[in-house]
Design a protein around this ligand. Structure first.
Ligand code: FPP
Length: 234
């Protein structure tokens, strides 16, 4: 099977999943967390090397303080309580996003999981937290400008490939993007890495997304004819 090396997931629909059941939106995030746990393990077990997930966008700070705090507490819970499992499964956790605006206890939990998983080698789980794709390109450009000013990089060495190392994480481009929750937009997610991503939209709300649904997305990916801007030669 032709597997994508890097899968991105926009985990949308947690709130609607909960509201449809007469529950609070936070219950949807809790279920979404359980779903992510299952999907990340499954993806790693079938041989996916990079998984990037959209946990919290820079614009999600516009939500109520109650919802933002609930999400941050949930993230801390996951980082602290699933650490042992993540290590046992040899998954390396990294983060993409701006650290400013984040609560100190969130940053501490992030730093702890980064440190404890840094030598794991089976799969990289990139958690996009306080993340925006435009912000990532702007932040990378600032780092590049600093390196140029200090003579650490030459203008002629700047190109599409070398720019990756200025992004939050030096990851390969996304091969398959999955967006759940019925909407069909990119929502400022990993714009630079998305150049030739195949995009799979699922009508399921994220808490309902299961391993078999990932299989369906992989089947969709396998059937694509990826030309990367060229033409088919065979
Ligand atoms: C989008 O649904 C989802 C989020 C903003 C949060 C995603 C977070 C998790 C799945 C929690 C666990 C994450 C980690 C990394 C352990 P929405 O609230 O926009 O749903 P709606 O569109 O139905 O309102």
């Amino acid at each position: 099977m032709d597997l994508p090396k890097h899968i991105g997931i926009i985990m949308d629909g947690n709130g609607r999943w909960a509201v449809n059941r007469g529950l609070k939106r936070s219950e949807g995030h809790k279920e979404g967390g359980k779903t992510l746990e299952k999907i990340a393990l499954y993806a790693k077990n079938i041989g996916i090397k990079y998984l990037s997930v959209y946990a919290f966008s820079t614009d999600n700070f516009k939500r109520s303080e109650e919802e933002v705090n609930y999400l941050m507490d949930l993230l801390i819970y996951y980082f602290n309580n699933k650490l042992e499992r993540v290590c046992k499964d040899n998954i390396k956790v990294v983060f993409s996003g701006r650290r400013d605006n984040l609560r100190k206890d969130v940053m501490e939990a992030m730093d702890n999981i980064i440190l404890k998983t840094q030598n794991n080698t089976d799969c990289v789980l990139n958690i996009c937290l306080n993340y925006g794709g435009e912000e990532e390109i702007v932040d990378a450009s600032i780092k590049l400008a600093n390196d140029l000013n200090q003579g650490l990089v030459k203008k002629e060495d700047i190109n599409r490939d070398s720019f990756y190392k200025y992004l939050y994480q030096d990851l390969p481009p996304i091969d398959l993007l999955i967006r759940t929750g019925k909407e069909k937009r990119l929502s400022n997610f990993m714009l630079y890495q998305m150049i030739y991503a195949e995009i799979y939209f699922s009508d399921l709300y994220f808490p309902d997304f299961r391993e078999k649904d990932l299989d369906d997305a992989l089947k969709f990916f396998e059937e694509r004819d990826r030309r990367f801007g060229g033409v088919k030669t065979d």
